[in-house]
Design a protein around this ligand. Structure first.
Ligand code: DP6
Length: 324
């Protein structure tokens, strides 16, 4: 038996990938831009085995998790896609694990598909003579799950239809907090959300709006205008959630706690004239990004508003994984 492992991080989008031009190939309707969450990772192991098909099982972890039958199918189909690229016929036992709790409502799709792609390329490169670049691997990862292609680099990453890679700015280190207002399985997966939003009348102008916002986000990062960055990123996640609310039929990820936490962050900004960049994925939890020189401010916000009320996961050591 031979085995290979790879570990990849998750990422949080500031400009969201929502809607697909081509559902088969996961070609996005708009460009997206993210920050890589180096502290939230998935590890995937492949072992050759004698069975007649690829199989999946949970890997060893402090935070074991199960994958739905549909999730497993998508995962193993992606492994097959990479094997087909190389013409590899071996069958594998796939094990995957996250370094964060499954019940905290953080999507592991980006990190787990990135790790699966990475390990599948490692194994197939060893079993064949072909070699691929990081960008080629990341583009292949997008076929499995779009957002995973941005997890192949640290820092800020831009994914435009055919162009993909890291972007450097003076701000190159951020602290992250995710406020967990609700965990559990999502009623509408992000893959399904990509389809449903096409029924919203707001979807028509979405690509244009995101391209204007992307320009502003890049401009604000270049000039270091944090407050304007906060405002654009705020508008962007609301735009995505407005698509959900205005789909026919409408759907929503918001929980009462979502509104409470959002209000607390806005009040904090109003009071201090400073604060975090705030965003949300297709889920109820609120992500906060802080510049590294805002650590004291981040702790002040946490102690005042989150501690004792909301389970919070952060790369700031004093917070770590603070369960209520
Ligand atoms: C809201 O990458 O999960 O997180 O390509 O169908 O697997 P599939 O979708 P996925 O969509 C992510 C959507 C998002 C926004 C983002 O990360 O850009």
């Amino acid at each position: 038996m031979t085995s290979w492992t790879a570990e990849k991080p998750s990422n949080i989008a500031l400009i969201k990938y929502m809607g697909k031009k081509d559902k088969e190939k996961n070609i996005p309707s708009n460009s997206s831009f993210s920050w890589t969450l180096d502290h939230l990772t998935s590890k995937v192991e492949l072992q050759t085995h004698a069975g007649d098909s690829d199989t999946w099982e949970p890997g060893e972890s402090d935070f074991p998790f199960e994958m739905s039958p549909l999730g497993r199918e998508k995962f193993l189909n992606h492994l097959q896609r990479v094997k087909d690229l190389f013409g590899v016929k071996e069958k594998f036992k796939v094990k995957s694990a996250n370094n964060f709790p499954a019940d905290c409502g953080i999507a592991s799709s980006a990190s787990s598909f990135a790790a699966l792609t990475e390990v599948a390329f490692k194994a197939c490169e060893d079993l064949s003579t072909k070699k691929f670049s990081t960008k080629e691997k990341a583009m292949m990862s997008a076929r499995g799950s779009g957002s995973s292609c941005r997890s192949f680099w640290s820092g800020f990453v831009l994914w435009e239809e055919q162009s993909l890679g890291p972007k450097d700015f003076a701000i190159d280190s951020l602290n992250h907090m995710v406020v967990i207002v609700g965990g559990g399985a999502k009623k509408v997966s992000s893959s399904l959300a990509h389809k449903k939003v096409e029924s919203s009348l707001l979807f028509k102008g979405r690509a244009e709006r995101t391209s204007q916002r992307l320009e502003k986000v890049l401009g604000n990062l270049t000039s270091g205008n944090w407050e304007n960055l906060y405002q654009v990123v705020w508008a962007e996640f609301w735009d995505m959630h407005a698509l959900f609310e205005t789909s026919e039929p409408s759907f929503s990820y918001f929980l009462p706690g979502t509104f409470e936490v959002l209000e607390k962050t806005r009040n904090f900004w109003e009071e201090k004239g400073d604060g975090p960049v705030v965003t949300m994925d297709a889920g109820p939890n609120v992500h906060l990004l802080w510049r590294s020189d805002q650590k004291d401010l981040a702790l002040e916000f946490y102690n005042q508003n989150l501690k004792g009320h909301w389970t919070t996961l952060s790369n700031i050591e004093d917070i770590g994984f603070a369960r209520v």
